[in-house]
Write a protein that binds this ligand. Structure first.
Ligand code: ADP
Length: 482
């Protein structure tokens, strides 16, 4: 019986290639479904593509069948697989491109029941009946000479097919931006969905033309290719982007581990002098005069402030990563005075560096969150000192540019290459050569970028390797910000 149902004259090479491509892409999508965390969207695609592969296989046999019963059986299989493809496509449209509502499940159940009815009907003699004589048009090109005669019930199928096409196109255009997880996902999905619509249209054309006996072109295979080629491209793109995402996550994890180690070092580096200074004061108070006692207390206060800043930065980063926006407490603040206070605190920290402040425009009170701007400036001046290990001048300039206030912090330190400048605002990214042994966590710039942007400003860096860096940030004067 089985050999009778595959009684053929020989496969067409084109059909064989189309089948092989569709099968590979179908299996590939099942692989993606298993590999990328079993997302329903991938299962829908895998079902559509495996249905397409079965359709291609049936078409391959129909085209080469040399007996009416063989062509009839495989045409029915082709209709079954086409119905499977359509129902999976409708499922996809409804679940992933449409809006989910209480009626979604009912509509979906309706699709499946209707698909089941169509599939069952395809086994009725009123749907298809075996061809009595070879189709002369088809036999001329030797493609599906025994394609069965269509019965009246086939109209139901064609109607279902067209309804799916129209519904699919409508959904595709109506909500193209919603709610697939990422825009790139939507972009890669669109050509694939178009491919399915083309498959339906070409399949319908093939049925109509074969029925009317007016054309010899194998439209079904063109339809299958119009699914498989974009599907193959989508598959490769998904695998590549999943691999890139995996590498990005692995790098992010490594960077985070590094940051945790750095934070531990920073804590140790701060707690050791605090502990030594405090125990010296406690154990041998008589050895210290007024001045040296003040110096020791200054060390304790400085290091405690550094730790507090570090902890606050880490808490802020955690808040940002949890998707909570930066909250500003706006106030009228005299910017030059704020800058002087930051610089004064940093001057006490480093006697090696010469810190200059230049106010180049008439800037008085501005509306900003003074704590946050204090944090931004402290971080930038602190970095300028830290990454200029041999001393030199750190310059803080305030100016007006295009209606904004621009604050520049420049140093004559180690500088950065263009590649290094490109990553320093990302969380946990440090680009400093480890042999320099400059402590840090790589979170400061990421955080202050968010703080500047919360004020409606921008921050950027200009730097030359081994020559020094200039960080500039702006605070708008309008928009109720600065
Ligand atoms: P941290 O200084 O704690 O490492 P940041 O986020 O403040 O973290 O800075 C990120 C990286 O940018 C630093 O690790 C350093 O490599 C580089 N960087 C920042 N400021 C400067 C600067 N003024 N000169 C040279 N490199 C800098």
């Amino acid at each position: 019986m089985a050999s009778e149902l595959i009684s053929i004259t020989g496969f067409s090479l084109i059909d064989l290639a189309v089948f092989a491509i569709s099968l590979l892409v179908g299996i590939g999508f099942y692989g993606v479904y298993g590999w990328l965390g079993r997302r329903p969207v991938d299962l829908c695609f895998a079902n559509m593509l495996l249905g397409t592969a079965l359709y291609a296989f049936a078409a391959l046999i129909i085209d080469s069948a040399n007996a009416p019963q063989v062509a009839l059986f495989w045409t029915r299989i082709a209709y079954l697989s086409a119905t499977w493809v359509m129902v999976s496509l409708l499922h996809f449209m409804l679940e992933f491109l449409g809006e989910r509502g209480p009626s979604t499940r009912r509509v979906m159940t309706g699709f499946y029941i209707f698909g089941g009815v169509v599939a069952a009907l395809s086994w009725s003699p009123h749907f298809l009946y075996p061809r009595a004589h070879v189709n002369p048009v088809r036999s001329w090109v030797n493609v599906a000479p025994w394609l069965p005669e269509p019965g009246p019930l086939q109209l139901v199928f064609v109607a279902f097919w067209f309804a799916s096409c129209i519904y699919g196109t409508y959904k595709l255009y109506r909500r193209p931006e919603s709610p697939l997880s990422t825009p790139s996902r939507i972009h890669s999905t669109r050509p694939l969905l178009f491919g399915f619509l083309l498959l339906m249209i070409f399949g319908t054309i093939d049925t109509i033309f074969a029925t009317l006996r007016i054309c010899t072109i194998n439209f079904a295979m063109i339809g299958i290719l119009s699914v498989c080629l974009p599907a193959g491209a989508t598959l490769v793109q998904q695998i590549l982007s999943a691999e890139m995402e995996r590498q990005r996550l692995a790098e992010a994890l490594r960077a985070r581990d590094r940051a945790v180690r750095e934070v531990a070092h920073e804590f140790k580096g701060a707690l050791t002098p605090i502990g030594l200074a405090a125990s010296a004061l406690l154990d041998r108070p008589e050895q210290f005069n007024e001045q040296s006692r003040a110096d020791i207390l200054r060390v304790i206060v400085d290091e405690t402030q550094r730790l507090t800043r570090l902890i606050n930065n880490m808490l802020d980063i955690a808040r940002l990563e949890a998707g909570r926006p930066v909250e500003l407490r706006l106030d009228h603040v005299n910017l030059p005075t704020l800058i002087e206070s930051v610089v004064e605190a940093q001057r006490i920290r480093s006697s090696k560096h010469h810190i200059e402040v230049e106010i180049l425009a008439d800037i008085g009170d501005v509306t900003i969150d003074s704590d946050k701007v204090h944090q931004i400036l402290t971080n930038l001046v602190d970095n300028a000192i830290k990454y200029s290990p041999d001393g030199g001048t750190v310059r803080v300039q305030v100016d007006k540019s295009n209606g904004d206030i621009a604050i520049r912090v420049s140093d004559e330190g180690i500088g950065m290459t263009k590649e290094q400048q490109a990553v320093i605002f990302q969380p946990f990214h440090r680009v400093v050569d480890p042999s320099r042994r400059i402590a840090g966590t790589g979170i400061g710039l990421h955080l202050i970028k968010a703080l500047v942007e919360a004020h409606g400003g921008k921050i950027w860096v200009e730097s030359e390797y081994q020559r020094g860096s200039t960080f500039t940030f702006t605070l708008p004067q309008q928009n109720g910000h600065a």
